[in-house]
Design a protein around this ligand. Structure first.
Ligand code: FES
Length: 227
């Protein structure tokens, strides 16, 4: 074996080891050791393809387990909610930043009670910062009929139950409809305002949100800026 061929053989041998983790090293090794230009081009293309596959193989296990929308949600991206089929009294749940967000279509009767039945509430005027300023009003919402609220109790984070009925036997005469947390008995009205004398210290949280149109709400974004 000539000195030149011995050198090429040595370099190719060391290139095999390093090229497993470095495709560029494999390409340069091929360029240096294969004399025929046609064969060299073919081998370089193959090496590039193998290098690309190797890179993809490293990335795919990390990204493949999550869909694009799941990745966006996990990062806290705003979530769109279709409320076009939400009839009065109904509630839907969307997930934002891993939390349930309830959207409730409140009836005229419910809205009437929110204005008058405030004596039993701890913070009827929402003075605690549990909502964006544009929902610091008696109904705690942008449009009166639609409540948008994080469905987690402000005591220890259980998810309360939606109980829109009036004075059911298990909740008593004073119950005007709202959200009941069975964990330790906290009660919230249909605006997410907490009753006095229960473990939960504050009203339920109102997330940032806005309307795209009459039938669509974006949760997690207000005034065109993500929260
Ligand atoms: S977590 Fe709701 S009352 Fe304790």
């Amino acid at each position: 074996m000539s000195a030149r061929n011995q050198k090429a053989s040595n370099e190719q041998g060391s290139g095999d080891a390093s090229s497993k983790s470095n495709p560029e090293a494999l390409e340069s090794s091929i360029v240096e050791t294969v004399a025929d230009p046609k064969r060299r081009r073919l081998l370089v293309r193959s090496a590039a393809a193998v290098g690309g596959l190797g890179g993809a193989a490293l990335v795919l296990p990390m990204l493949g387990s999550m869909s694009p929308s799941a990745r966006a949600k996990a990062a806290g991206a705003p979530v769109e909610a279709d409320i076009s089929k939400l009839t009065p009294g109904q509630m839907i749940t969307v997930e934002w930043r891993g939390k349930p967000v309830w959207i409730v279509n409140r009836t005229e009767e419910t809205l009437g009670r929110l204005a008058t039945e405030t004596a039993k509430l701890s913070d009827p005027d929402s003075l605690e910062e549990q909502q964006p300023t544009y929902t610091q009003n008696p109904v705690r919402s942008i449009k009166p009929e639609y409540l948008v609220v994080v469905g987690l109790c402000t005591h220890l984070g259980c998810s309360p139950t939606y109980r829109p009925e009036i004075a059911p036997p298990d909740l008593g005469d004073q119950w005007d409809g709202g959200f009941f947390c069975p964990c330790h008995g906290s009660k919230f009205d249909m605006a997410g305002r907490v009753y006095s004398g229960v473990p939960a210290p504050t009203n339920l949280e109102i997330p940032p949100y806005r309307y795209i149109d009459d039938a669509t709400i974006i949760v997690g974004e207000d005034s065109g800026v993500a929260a």
